[in-house]
Each structure stands twice: as structure tokens, then as C-alpha cells.
Design a protein around this ligand. Structure first.
Ligand SMILES: *Cc1c(COP(=O)(O)O)cnc(C)c1O
Length: 395
């Protein structure tokens, strides 16, 4: 069996070890230390926000964001349905109710129209939602102008789930810096990784200070252990933060590499009817293309489905994956209200995420192209297997 090609695997810069060794040599191995401080500064600068608090995971950051915004038992929180379950789980941790909202067909992210429909309907039932969580799925910016306009009109704070979108921009602004709070993830399969970790971004330093306080067991200032609130053990360690510093040195390169993958797939699938890409609607949208994702319309591909694509890849030891199964279709979340028209369900039925690691090699691309050319029976255009030479610079 040939070597496995992963959907998205860690891609180290080579400098991570230096930071880790230094942390160990100086005995800063606890969840505090110079790497933690510096990683927070680097992230705040990169996103042009006032402050960043680094945490044990993106899920922890989402959980603390809800607590900081005062989400409590019985409250309602609006979120995109087309996402990973980690967007929704923290709402349940707070004993609050998720209200799930449909995607719109271009970005695949939260539809502003359905968002407004959902807000109006919930207010009519007597409860104004406490927060809105748009998710920038696969790195694609949500329609933030429209979403922020609605959120501001109804005065509901926005938590951007930018777990997949580090390096993406909307109107030149880094994702995660637009809402009241932004959330990042450094899980192993994300565009950069610390092996596991997350961050909470905000322009309100009270929010990030509260995140630091809650994530370190909510210790009140006193010589003894004194508590007036429930705490969490959610802080990032100084060793982990060192990996993050090594990774942030190459974030811009990683974005270029992921965007090149997307161009490679566009070239590879060009001329095949029935294949559509998740795409930037106009030049306000700049995706990191964490994952390149397509839909396959089997009425136009001569019967080839996305599941056939997945199996053809799997037979060659190449990982690909269906789109997120929308949360309103998940057995555990089915009982919660959903406002939509079937867009995300259609995307799920037809969609596939393609191998998108920033460390794909020319050889990997040849194997991937081979699978596609065989599946679509395209002997004559095997030259598309030649990796794209396109050198795209950052906007
Ligand atoms: C990965 C991810 C998370 C959770 O991040 P972790 O660091 O794995 O806890 C949350 N939301 C989305 C959309 C994600 O992709």
C-alpha cells in the first residue's frame, strides 16, 4: 500500500522544537510562561485585536465565550447548522438551547436571511437569543457585513467560530476579529496546530481577562484559594504555546499553500460538468481554503457521486471526507429548532472535502490526479496531473 495521503495533517515549520527545548531548559512547563505571553501577543497582532487568551482547545474557547456573554440555563443561542459538533456542544454545557440556522449556497455559511427569520421567530415566542455563532466553514468567510448588521440591529453579540479560518479575511479584516469574541483552534488537523489548543480573541480586554481567570480555576485574588465563581482548567501550557509560536512563523506560507491546493483542484476538475466549488463570492472574501470542498451533482457527472469519489480515493489510501453533517440532522441535536430550506442538507448529500494539507507533495498531487482522471475516464488530459505552478501571492 502506498503512503497515506491525509485530508489535512500537521505541518511543522522546524522551529517548534527550539521553543519547546527552551521551555524545558528554563523550567517553564506550566500553563504560564514566556511562550504563552508571546503567543498571545503574536495572535493579537496578527488579528489586529486588543487581546488574545490562549486555551486548551477551540471548544474551551467557545465555552468560555458563552459564559463571558452571560449565556445561562434556558437561554437560546443561534448557530450555523453546517458545522462541526464542537460549535454546538458548549451551548449544551451551559444548559442553553441551540437554535440552528441554514447555510446560503455561495459560502455555505450562515444565511443572513435565515438568521433574521430565526431571530424574529424567537423574539415572537418571547425569548431574544443571547448570542449568534456564525462559523467560517472550511475557512470561508461568512457574509459578515450582513450578519453584523442584523446582530447590531437586534443587539445580539456575535461569537465568530473561526476555528477553521485562521488566515482568512473579510473586507481585509482577519476572521475572529469582527464579532464581540472570536474563537480559534489549533487542533492537529487545522491550518496550524499546537497539537491541541485554542484561543479567544476580543477587542474588549475584560473578556480576555475573564477567559484567563475562568480557564485557571477562577481563583480570586487572595493568598489562600478563594472562589466566587466556577472555574475551569482550560489554559494552554507554555510548551504547547511554543509549538504555536513556531507555527505562527509560517502561517502566511500555509495560507498560500492551501490556496494553491484549491487552484490545483480547480484545474484538475476543469471541464468536468457537475463539479462545483465552495467559493469566494467577491473580493471582500479571502479564504485560507483550509479544506478545498466540492459538490458532485451525479445528474451531470454521468452518475458519479461524491461517495464514489470518496471510495476511489480510499482504494488508493487517500483520505477525503463528506461535508459536515448539519447539526439539525444529528440525532443528538434533532430536537432543537432549525430555520432553513434544505440548502445545508443538499450540500451534505453532494459534498466532499478533498485532501488539502499544506504538505501535499508533487507526488501526492500526481496520485490524486490519477484517481480523478481514472474515475472520470479522462485519459487525454492526464497532463492536468502536473501540479499547478501557479504562484499566488497573498492579498
Ligand atoms: C475544530 C473545530 C472546533 C473545535 O476546536 P478544538 O480545538 O478541536 O476543540 C470548533 N468549531 C469548528 C468549526 C471546528 O472545526
Amino acid at each position: 500500500m502506498e503512503k497515506k495521503i491525509w485530508l489535512s495533517s500537521p505541518h511543522l515549520s522546524g522551529h517548534e522544537l527550539q521553543y519547546i527545548v527552551e521551555a524545558i531548559q528554563t523550567n517553564w512547563v506550566a500553563p504560564l510562561g514566556p511562550n504563552v505571553d508571546e503567543f498571545e501577543q503574536v495572535l493579537a497582532r496578527y488579528h489586529q485585536v486588543q487581546d488574545a487568551a490562549v486555551l486548551s482547545s477551540g471548544t474551551a474557547a467557545l465555552h468560555l465565550a458563552l459564559i463571558i456573554l452571560g449565556v445561562k440555563t434556558g437561554d437560546e443561542v443561534i448557530a450555523s447548522s453546517l458545522t462541526f459538533s464542537a460549535t454546538i456542544n458548549p451551548i449544551i454545557y451551559q444548559c442553553a438551547h441551540p437554535i440552528l440556522v441554514e447555510s446560503e449556497p455561495r459560502t455555505w455559511n450562515m444565511s443572513p436571511d435565515w438568521l433574521e427569520t430565526a431571530i424574529k421567530a424567537r423574539i415572537k415566542r418571547g425569548k431574544k437569543p443571547k448570542a449568534i455563532i456564525p462559523v467560517h466553514v472550511y475557512g470561508m468567510p461568512s457574509k459578515m457585513e450582513e450578519i453584523m448588521e442584523i446582530a447590531n440591529y437586534y443587539q445580539i453579540p456575535v461569537i465568530e467560530d473561526a476555528a477553521e479560518a485562521l488566515g482568512s479575511r473579510y473586507n481585509g479584516q482577519a476572521l475572529g476579529s469582527i464579532g464581540a469574541i472570536g474563537v480559534l483552534s489549533f487542533n492537529g488537523n487545522k491550518i496550524i496546530t499546537t497539537s491541541g489548543g485554542g484561543a479567544l480573541l476580543s477587542n474588549d480586554k475584560k473578556s480576555t481577562a475573564k477567559a484567563r481567570f475562568l480557564s485557571t480555576q477562577a481563583r480570586d485574588p487572595a493568598p489562600h484559594y478563594q472562589h466566587t465563581s466556577i472555574g475551569y482548567n482550560y489554559r494552554m501550557s507554555n510548551i504547547t504555546a511554543g509549538i504555536g509560536l513556531g507555527q505562527m512563523e509560517v502561517i502566511d506560507q500555509r495560507v498560500v499553500q492551501r490556496r494553491k491546493n484549491q487552484l490545483f483542484y480547480r484545474e484538475l476538475f476543469s471541464g468536468i460538468p457537475g463539479i462545483s466549488f465552495q467559493e469566494e463570492p467577491d473580493d471582500r472574501f479571502f479564504s485560507n481554503y483550509w479544506l478545498t470542498a466540492i459538490t458532485v451533482d451525479d445528474r451531470q457527472t454521468g452518475g458519479i457521486t461524491c461517495e464514489m469519489l470518496r471510495k476511489a480515493f480510499a482504494a488508493e489510501n487517500i483520505e477525503s471526507r463528506p461535508l459536515w453533517k448539519p447539526m439539525h440532522l444529528q440525532p443528538i441535536f434533532r430536537k432543537y429548532p432549525f430555520y432553513g430550506d434544505g440548502t445545508s442538507e443538499r450540500l451534505f448529500r453532494k459534498g466532499q472535502c478533498l485532501p488539502s494539507g499544506s504538505n501535499l507533495t508533487d507526488e501526492d498531487r500526481l496520485r490524486i490526479a490519477g484517481v480523478i482522471n481514472r474515475l472520470f475516464d479522462r485519459k487525454e488530459i492526464c497532463h492536468t496531473a502536473i501540479p499547478s505552478q501557479n504562484t499566488e501571492s497573498l492579498k
